[in-house]
Design a protein around this ligand. Structure first.
Ligand SMILES: Cc1cc2nc3c(=O)[nH]c(=O)nc-3n(C[C@H](O)[C@H](O)[C@H](O)COP(=O)(O)OP(=O)(O)OC[C@H]3O[C@@H](n4cnc5c(N)ncnc54)[C@H](O)[C@@H]3O)c2cc1C
Length: 398
């Protein structure tokens, strides 16, 4: 093997967190490279609904703690990047929606929740009159509000960042295509990489960032680092496809997002809904027919009168990978710093910019003595394929 390439930072994992960080580090003058074991965003980012949350959940419960205040600023930060007013310039990212709707099941608790949200979100939700509501909610009996949360197409967002760093993203032959040589205390000295064609190279990074989502625990295990503060939360997400209206938003029940619906289009220009929220948590371990049945029943309540006949339904199993030292659901990004290794989880797509800031604060300033050059003929990684393009088993409602 040739002489190892020296560099400031090596990132393992090219989902939203790894790619955003790579972009920030490059702009700040670090010599940085990213290694991807599969396709970019496999695991969570490509499965996500793409909502740039601003803390609705906390607002509905009237919680105005530090976490709620932190996430409040995210929609504006993303909005400025999506408008090209700050780096990273994400103007080429496809957007699913410029705002989300919230509509509450009629009832006192939901109304109180919405009132709380109106008071504590940084961009106040605006009540929509009948004519400005999405057609499917025009006759909804309760309030319908417009919430300043944009919805992005996660695959397009990954592609925009990846295109900028083709010469810094190395595809390896699965997780086994990376071998980390570390001291007993976990200081990584060298990363030996093997690409799908069998070519090998070796990198000597000053710092290693684990941004591999679910893969982080496996890498930490191999490095002998503790894994007990890592959790996975399973979900069964519902997909609906066919003659559906474009709808992006949350139906609220008992002061919680009960159904979260986002809309995109598949390769044949059919509208596809991703349906998450309470249903995907409750149905995490249910069979697919049970999850579809529950989703259809919930949709009948959330969009009454909308004819679902001819709509195809399917599901995909997903899991949220999170670092949590309390065992609770984290509500902000998490990092663990061991020797020269920082393990990172954004917790939410919306919180990725905050995670990147947190990591950069833990790094020394760029040394300026290394320049990363992609090994000749090394393949770069492609963006993962969204679940509705991979699914072949759909159930049609009659
Ligand atoms: C169903 C679902 C819906 C969601 N919806 C939203 C939403 O609407 N809004 C929101 O803010 N958040 C949402 N989230 C959360 C959000 O998607 C995640 O917090 C975020 O995408 C995590 O990004 P990541 O880069 O840390 O991980 P990932 O996207 O999982 O990326 C990890 C990357 O590491 C790679 N990898 C794995 N192992 C290795 C290895 N050993 N070596 C190298 N590479 C490796 C993977 O292939 C992958 O590319 C959702 C999550 C899920 C599951």
């Amino acid at each position: 093997m040739a002489t190892p390439h020296r560099l400031d930072v090596l990132i393992l994992g090219g989902g939203a967190a790894g790619l955003w960080l790579l972009d920030d580090l490059h702009r700040l003058g670090y010599s940085a490279a990213l290694v991807e074991a599969s396709a970019l965003g496999t695991g969570q980012t490509i499965w996500s609904q793409g909502i740039i949350h601003g803390g609705l959940k906390y607002a509905l419960h009237g919680r105005a703690g530090k976490a709620a205040r932190a996430i409040r600023g995210m929609p504006l930060r993303w909005r400025r990047s999506l408008a090209g007013e700050r780096e990273p310039d994400l103007t080429q990212t496809r957007r699913r929606a410029e705002y989300c709707c919230i509509w509450a099941k009629p009832g006192m608790r939901s109304r109180l929740g919405l009132l709380g949200a109106s008071l504590s979100l940084s961009v106040k939700p605006k009540a929509l009159n009948r004519d400005s509501r999405p057609a499917v909610l025009r006759d909804w009996k309760g309030p319908v509000l417009r919430l300043g949360e944009q919805v992005i197409e996660p695959g397009s967002f990954l592609q925009v960042l990846a295109d900028r760093h083709l010469k810094r993203i190395l595809k390896v032959d699965g997780p086994q295509g990376i071998e980390l040589e570390a001291t007993r205390s976990g200081h990584v000295r060298e990363a030996r990489l093997r690409c799908p064609g069998g070519q090998e190279t070796s990198l000597q990074p000053s710092h290693v960032i684990l941004a591999a989502g679910e893969g982080n625990s496996r890498i930490r295990n191999r490095l002998g680092l503790p894994v007990e503060h890592i959790q996975q939360r399973p979900l069964q997400m519902i997909m609906a496809s066919g003659k559906l209206p474009i709808l992006n938003g949350h139906c609220i029940r008992n002061a919680s997002p009960w159904l979260t619906i986002t809309s995109t289009r598949d390769h044949a220009d059919r509208v596809v809904w991703q349906i998450g929220g309470q249903v995907s948590e409750d149905m995490a371990r249910a069979t697919r027919p049970q999850a579809i049945e529950r989703a259809i029943n919930d949709l009948k309540l959330a969009i009454p009168g909308h004819d679902l006949s001819g709509i195809r339904f399917s599901t995909y199993l997903a899991s949220r990978a999170e670092g949590s030292s309390s065992g609770q659901r984290p509500n902000r990004p998490t990092t663990f710093h061991d020797e020269n290794v920082i393990t990172a989880w954004p917790t939410k797509l919306a919180l990725v910019p905050m995670l990147s800031d947190m990591i950069i604060k833990q790094l020394p300033p760029p040394g300026g003595e290394h320049i990363f050059n992609m090994p000749a003929n090394w393949p770069t990684a492609a963006v993962a394929i969204p679940p509705w393009e991979l699914e072949s088993t759909w159930t049609t409602v009659h």
